[in-house]
Design a protein around this ligand. Sequence first.
Ligand SMILES: [Zn+2]
Length: 193
Amino acid sequence: MIDELINNFEESRLEIDNGEIERLVSECVPPEHLEGIPFIKFDPQDSVFREDPDILGYYNTRTHEIHVNEHDRLEGQKGLKETVLHEIGHNAQRLIFEASPEVKNLWQDLYNASWNDPCNSFISGYAATDMEEDFSECYAFYKLDPDRLAMLCPEKYNFMRHYVFHEVGANFLPFPNPWDAFANWADGEIAMV
Ligand SMILES: [Zn+2]
């Protein structure tokens, strides 16, 4: 049960509670992405955060625990929710990549391509760190700011939609690369779509 996973968030100064994180997780995360996670804990006293207060959260790759640090007012509740989804994204990619090396290779290719292709760039500075962080950043943005992900990283948006969230259904439209549309429009060939 999701409510048993979520711990201690009422201690945040951001006036958020476990119930709100539970709602976020149940609305945004397919249950199979939570497999193996023993807990998601608001845990600013954790030694990792005490050593480096700039770390907002982490996923323990051995135990699959998720620890979340306090977020300041500027980052706000949205920042804290982003961190929770980002860390769950690390567990989701572990499961998805273990199940399918082909899907892992596909993601590696998308990550590599971002260094040369401004039309499929990185959704954040942190996403450029490596392919794992890129995945987790896109995972969180897919749910919290999908329009931005679709605009800046259309192929990664489609990857998330197809291989991660399996939301390709009747209403799926292949997402056009907006910059291609702009380039064509600039050439006077077609209007913006
Ligand atoms: Zn990460």
